[in-house]
Each structure stands twice: as C-alpha cells, then as structure tokens.
Design a protein around this ligand. Sequence first.
Ligand code: ME8
Length: 672
Amino acid sequence: MAEHSPWFYLTTPIYYVNDIPHIGHAYTTVAADVLARTRRLMGEPVFFLTGTDEHGQKVWQSAERHGLAPQLYVDRILPRFRELWERLAVSNDDFVRTTQPRHVQGVREVLSLLREKGDIYEGSYEGWYCLPDERFWTDKDVVEGLCPECRRPVERISETNYFFRMGRYQDWLVSHYEAHPETIRPESRLNEVMGFLRKPLGDLCISRPKSRVPWGIELPFAPDYVTYVWFDALLNYITVPRSTGSSPEEGMARLWPGTHVIGKDILTTHAVYWPILLRALDLPPPRLIFAHGWWTVDGQKMSKSRGNVVDPVALLDTFGTDATRYFLLREGQFGQDVDFSREALVNRINRDLANDLGNLLSRVTAMALRFFPEGGIPRPEGGERREVEEEALQLLPEVRERTVGFEFHRALAVLWEFVAFLNRTVDIRAPWVLARDPEKSAELSEVLYDLLEGIRLVALHLAPFLPETADKILEALDCPGTGTLSYASHGGFGVVAAYTVRPGAALFPRRDASGAILSEETEKSTRKPPKESSSPSKGETAPATPPAGDSASASPPSAASPEVPVLTYEEFQKLRLATGIIREAVPVPKSKKLLKLSVDIGEAMPRTVVAGIAGSYPPESLVGKSVVVVTNLAPATLMGVTSQGMLLAATVSDGVSLLTPDRDAPPGAGIR
Ligand code: ME8
C-alpha cells in the first residue's frame, strides 16, 4: 500500500510538557528539520511533524506542583516549545498536541478497534512501577529496587487494568527485523532491540485507573480508566495523518509508513511496542527508526539536580539560530553521544563559520565589487570544465547523500572541504594579481565567476542546515532566496548567467571565550589599519602588521609614562605568540605598503596575515622566513583581505625589521 507513496513523512518524538525544553529536544528537532529541508530540496513532498505529549502522571504531577489544572498548565508551557521551534527555524508542517480533539478521537477509535478484535483484555496486575518512565517492570527486571532503564527507585503496585496482547506478535516482529534490518539505525541499536526480543514479551498494560492518574484519554469501554501515556503518545504518528486526509484511510495511504527520529532513551517503545501496535491494526511498520545519542555536558549527564542542563533559548540569545544549529549537528556523530562545552561551540563559530565561511564570502564579494564595480561578471563561454566545477561535482553530491543517511557531521565536513578548496583557490589564483594586468581581465572574470558560482552552491547545500545564512549569502550574490531552490534546478554549475554582487553583511562575528562578540570597537582600536596613501608618512613606517595602538613614535614607550597602560600578568598571559614560517607572500592590490602572507604556524592550514612591510621587504625575499606571530588577535580586514594574525617587528630608521627566532624553531613553537 503506502510503500509506493512519494511522500516523506518524518516525525520527532512528541515532547513532555512537564518542563521547559532543553538542548536534547532541540537536537532531535533540528536534525529532523535538516532532513526535511533536504528532502524538500530533492523535490520530494514532505510532511514533517513534531508536537507535545501532554497527558500522563508526570505532567499531571507537575501541574499539581504549580497549583494549576493540568490543561491550564500545559497551555502555559506549550509556547516555550512553539517559540523555540520558531527561533530555531524548524520547518514543521504540523504540530500535534495529544490534548487536541483529532488525536483524542483517533486514540479512542484505535482502543475500541483493538478491544473488538480481542487484542485488549482486562486483568489484574501486581508488580513494580517506575513513575518517571511511567513503565511497569517485573521482579526479574528490577535489581535492588531500581528501574532497569533509568536506575531510579520503583514502587510496588497492585491493581486491575487493561492489557494489550503484545506477546502475540513477538515472533512476527523478530522475523520482520530479520528481513528488514535496515529499518533500525544505527546498526548497533538493532542489536539492542534484537537482544530485548530474545526474552519473551509480556503483554502491555495500557490503562491507568483514574483514581491514581486522572489526566489522560478515557478508555471508551472503561470510563474509570485513562490510557497509558505511551500508548496515547505513540498513536500521534497515525492520528495526525488520519486527520489530514480527505478520509482517515486516504491520509494514511498518503503518508504512512513514516520515518521516526528519536533519542536512544525511547528505542524500546518505538522499535518494539509501536510496530506491534501497528501490526495489530493491520498497518505496516515504520519505514525507519533512527535513534541518536545523548548530549552530555563537560562529560557528565545533563540533569536538573546537577544544574547543568543546557538551555537552548540561552544559546539562541547569545549565538543566534544558525550558529546553534551548526554546532548541534557538526559537533558529534548522529547516533553517538556527544559532549557540550562552550569552548567547543565558540571554537566552531570562530573557525568554521567566521573564518572559513565568512571570510570566503567577504573576500570574494569584496573583490567582485572592487574589480567589477558595475557588476555583470558573465558565465565564461563553453570550453573545458574548470577546477571549481570539477571539485563541486566531486564533493557536493556527497553532502546530500550523507545528510539523507543521517551523517550530518560528515555532510558538513564535506561541505567545508569545498569551502576550504574555494579559499585555497582565492589564494592560488590571486585575483588581485590578475587585476593588475589588463591582458588578464578575461581570466580575472572567469576566476571570480567560478568562485561566486562555488559560493552559490555552498549556500544551496548549506540551506537545510543554516537557512538564514544561506539566504544572506544568496542575497549578497543577488540570487533568489532559499524558498525557491531545488537541487534539480539550482544544483548545476554555471546556472547563473552573470553575477552582480552586493556588499554583504558579515555572516558571523567572532567571539571571545565567553561567547561575547568581539566588538568592532575593540577590533578597531587594537587593529587600526594603516592609512593607504601614496606618499610615505610617519604612520606608514611603523608596524609590521596593523599596529597595536597607533603609537608610531620611534622612541620606545616608557612604562612609567601615564599614557602607557600597564598590563597585569593575567592580561599578558592572554597573549599567544608562536613561531611561523612564511610560505607565500604577495602584494595586497592597490596598496603600497601591505603584503598578504601565508604563514604556517603548525595548524592544519596556513594563516593569512596582512603585514605593512612592503616598504621594507620585497615579497619574494620573505618566503621561507621564520617569524614571530601573535595568533590570538581578532581578525581585521585590511583592503579587503582578512588578517588572522600579526607579525612582530621592530621599528627601525628605514622601515621595519621582522623579529625572527635566533635558532631553528618549528612552525607553531609557543613563545614564553
Ligand atoms: O520521551 N540528549 O519525551 P521527552 C539528546 N514524550 N536528546 C535528548 C536528551 C539528551 N540529553 N534529552 C532528551 C518523551 N532528548 C516522550 C516521547 S514519542 C511518541 C513520546 C530528546 O520530553 C530525545 O529525542 O522526555 C529523546 O528521545 C526525547 O528528547 C525525549 O523527550
């Protein structure tokens, strides 16, 4: 049946509203969003569902604690989830609440049907109950009075209840997974499920007496009982499709089976209870269940009692939508546990987003504007495939494949390989050198077109991950925004006939270790670029790179003088100096004084350093020279080139003299 439907139906768990959302909720939902957006770009019709789980004992108890009726309580918490998804740019097509009439009605219909079929029976129950997980356990399961799942104390309970004949379908489920092992991912999770299925499955208690849990969906055949919250919750995955079609059957035929993205904590309910429930309803099992790993904080489990729960709203307030989304998906492998630290987040922002991506856009658009102020950089005529196109064809299809395969961090790593390639192309092809030679104007135009086209493809592939950034990039390239894109129509190379760029805003500001934006003020005052003028002036002779302060005076400052600030030892310790070796040196176009250097400081990629030393050193004399680099200065853009460090030099009578280690020192040696 629905196996042939073209629809991609994707769900997240529906989250409990007994508390405000945390980073784990954001993780699952953003991952699902990236998948939904990618599938849409692939031209598939997508139905992406998220929502809230509003019934059950935990929610009821939270409401009690707040002195509110449960419905009022959930209505008050709900906006926290909805607003979070909005701020995270989550593009869900529907939002289900288990208190909605469409869901309540659907659950009651299912209950009646299963009761009629004889799959639900009345029985008495005595056993252990885990309140936080709302699950029953047998004597065998419970060790030392603790829940085998969450390790919290269980309580003894004895009552009459209604049971779902789950055991009946165990053999079917085992043979289903044997035939379709690919429907549980990652593979290790399938092993867990099969391990669980090795023991006989008991029947599932699907009711709670109202006297104990008054907050839930009433059983249609037993008004003193409400439905077990998990039974209620899982059914959202079909009550919604049933309510969105012209009839329940049509809605189901269109959307079902769905793909579920969940955390590893709820694997058993999804991979065991849920397919069996579907089977009892004569519906096919889910298309796929992907259970991702757990976020920890500085290596520790996140918990309220530890006070280390990461609040996604606070992250958004400080870092914004796209940086938060990027970090969530880039930092760890989806499926494995991943650790949160602010340091890692700030590093990712500064390195990947501000340096690699942000600089690429600002360098290339600045050059396009400078060398083609009237715009109109045309698509080069025919000919052989050039290297940017080759590289795009090589790398970009993998970005899509990895994304639909849930390998989000790999997809981003591959995309960043392409970003690094484009940055290298800028360095190697040096458009500013081409711009000096009128005979090379065709080559200049070709290089810039290829770079701009490369950047446009970066935006296209970035769109599912960082939708706001993709739009900003496309706007700077004067291309239509992400809302109109598809891989089929925009994924080729050479799609744009001619580029006219606009001055783009900086994509990501750099941050200090606390996460605060390094303000332009700070950057300006500490890294004032030397003025460009044709006649040498006093100010021009001084610093090797943008001077710290502007004291171009030749006399050494005296620590005793009141204008010279005195540093504390702690302040001095913040400075990072390292040895470097200059690998490349070229003049900065239109500048008499600046050279653009590529300096190896022992990192994966050499740093670009702009130095005001052209008056003292011809570029070719610098290649291979050892220098001393300030490595943790905020970058500054000088004449369109962003400098990622500063060289130390002494001011001498006829210019500057670079400081250099007096014996051989490898690149990256720290300086104390
Ligand atoms: O379980 N790391 O809701 P819930 C990663 N209502 N993901 C995490 C996480 C963490 N530390 N903590 C939570 C429920 N999550 C039920 C679901 S579905 C029919 C009913 C994410 O509010 C992860 O997706 O406890 C996990 O599965 C989900 O939040 C649990 O959310």
